[in-house]
Write a protein that binds this ligand. Sequence first.
Ligand SMILES: *Cc1c(COP(=O)(O)O)cnc(C)c1O
Length: 443
Amino acid sequence: MWKRLTTRCINQGVVNPSEVFKEALGLFPGGVNSPVRAMKHLPMPIIVKRAEGAYLYTIDGGRLIDYCMGFGPLILGHRHPAVLEAVREALNDGWLYGALTEREVELAKKITSSIKSIEMIRLVNTGTEAVMNAVRLARGFTGRKYIVKFEGNYHGAFDYVLVKAGSGAATWGVPTSAGILEEATKYTLVVPYNDTEALERVFREYGGEIALLLVEPIAGNYGLIIPDQGFIKATRELTERYGALLLFDEVITGFRVGLSGAQGMFNIKPDLTTLGKIIGGGFPIGAFGGRRDVMGMVTPQGPVYNAGTFNAHPISVAAGLATLRVIEGGGVYEVANGAAERVAKAIEDSASRNGFDIVVKQVASMFQFYFKRGDVRTPSDVRASDEKLYLAFHREALNRGVYFTPSQYEVNFTSAAHTRDIVDETIRVIEESFKALRANKPT
Ligand SMILES: *Cc1c(COP(=O)(O)O)cnc(C)c1O
């Protein structure tokens, strides 16, 4: 009887996805509300109804093992009970006060005690806002105009940094967006990622006029690019030498690659750090923080303006706090990193068994793979890989119930919910997908 009931419920819930997408196409540009959700290689994007653990459930009754995980925030998996409980409790108290709360103090204490370079912090709503304010702050603090960013790094969707950017901008071939004034990017200098000599040249030429160097210390928005040690060291040395500020954009890597982020991994102390994603536990958040003397310039303590109706939103703060507590409780990184390692290895092995050249990159619970020979060290290496094969493989795996990130310019994430069994199932799908790809190579 239960079986019949459940079956009926599921059937009643099934919706024709093409109808929904047709409506969406008329309502939203490209049918979606953020570019990478569109999935240009599929007749239509996946349309989700709900999620649990490592699984996404689509509106047509499908179940997918998720390696996208909301593009990064969900390190505990979907709908983690501790986060759910914390959000329910916070909701019960109310959801917006426009005033200081105890929980945001708690969250800030956790962040500043884990990431030592952050002495003071401001909580905002998105990673984009965090970086935007950090740029303003750096210019306000130094009195200089220029900022330096790296090709293929993504720092959010605002004018000063949407130049040769990664993520959706790369996926859709508009690394430098239309509609941005030449005047707005006149003071944005762009250097190839992982190119220490080019960085030195720019500092030699503009050094005294550079306010801020922005870097993704592990690049997670152009696939996954792992920097050379010398390159990361140079970001600190050059900024120090020329009196510029150094911003580590750890919106992805913060609490992903460890409690102290990529800066802890590389043992480098930036002046400013931006965070987002994980610290909101799946709810909207962003943060910028760093040196006390620099952060002291932010309003109302100083003259660099930042404000927001929803800054430090109580629900985001509660979800983020619960997430960091679970991480501190232990076991999260072990499971998530172990899963990423096994999946990465399986992709490498299956690809070579089936005759594909592949490069697999993995750090902690992030990984990405590229259909190419040689190595991937720079954005141009990523561009030189076979995107058609990536998307064809993506489709094969998706048809078999595994949802990898839908663009080779994004990164795959694992979580504490990616258990051994789920990874075993993924590995089977990987092998079948490569076999199918070999039989059915796209031209
Ligand atoms: C996601 C991301 C951002 C932008 O964050 P949003 O919350 O999407 O605005 C900025 N920088 C990096 C490194 C990111 O990965």
